[in-house]
Design a protein around this ligand. Sequence first.
Ligand code: MN
Length: 433
Amino acid sequence: MTTLVAAGATDVGRVRTSNEDQYLLVEPLYAVADGMGGHAAGEVASEAAVDALREAFEANPSSEGLVDAVRKANRAVWEQSRERSDQRGMGTTLTAVALVEEDGDEVLAVAHVGDSRAYLLRDGELDQLTEDHSVPEELRRAGRLSAEEAAIDSRRHVLTRVLGVDAEVEVDTFEVVPHRGDRFLLASDGLFGDVADEEIASILRHRTDPTRIAQDLVATAKDAGGADNITVVVIDVADDDERAARASARVKSQAGSNPSRPGAGPASVDDLDDEPAPRAVLTEARPAAARADARTAPAAEAREPRRGRRLNFATVAFVLALLAILGLAGAAIVMAARDSYYVGLQGEDIVIFQGRPGGLLGFQPTLKERTGLRQADVLPSRVEDLRRGKQVASLARARQYVEDISEEARAAVPPLVAPDQPASTAPSPTPVP
Ligand code: MN
């Protein structure tokens, strides 16, 4: 049995007059929600989301149940915002984790929409587990902004995904095998907007209980300005009953025998359906290799303290050889997934993706280049190819293909759209009042 010890804290901050954040702490489910919408609407949104999340998860306490619960939370906020004109346009972030059983092992399932965050402090190292669904962060992941530019971008409060503005929402989800000594943190942007990650890490490293840690984090954000509501949930893995080592072994053996389900790497819900999701691609752009490594790399497992067992030289040599083979196999998969291109559709736009259509073993394709062309600019006979993703050997070939189909259409009919029409360069953001 995995034993978790958790605590939460929330504060209105020094500037706002009301607290629109919510946190949830009902073992084994934990969440942070940051509502928005002005007046009382933000509070209504985050509270409705957290209530719906809790109710739906209790009915189906599993990884899939957690994702489904986030979708139901979305629906609850959306329906409520349609009923009352003063709550129209309200929305909320939601970052939820739950300890669930998967194939007989306990894992921490994470489901996430918006710009609240989940972090993991493991072996003293802080890792941000979730990706912010904000305009500059999406652009950074697509390679269009540097980390420095993204951090000061004026659009950092404009969210690209949020609960409650649409009937459906795409939910990021992945699982983490919890190890004894792990410290998870859920936080609204009132914390990391004012406090640097290094300082958050240094507070989390203190050897005190989660209640103290949560209070310290909130107090630090207030001292740093407290410009926004501040909410944190701290979850310690107090004991894992040696289960983490067994679960890690299981993840490895699964990764070897069942390539369609790669262990505990980050995966969007769409991966499970194994179908290309063009609308989601820009928001799925992530350094998949690096992030997957952080959670499933053999090196991380090698740090596992193996107490009460003596290792002889042959065992060590065998394990090292196994790790080397796993590492090579992983590198080959990453190469295959990344070293290819295709031309496809993102909505109506024709764009060049890096990767394979639909992804390969959990490595999602990323947007490489926009072409300025739209579906209507090419012959209808090309559209099916684009919809499936036209695979090519290199970026140069991809550009050539785009030029060819554009030329072909120009030769056939007068252009429907002026050829110098500027390309859109930003993901369509959800404006947040
Ligand atoms: Mn906030």
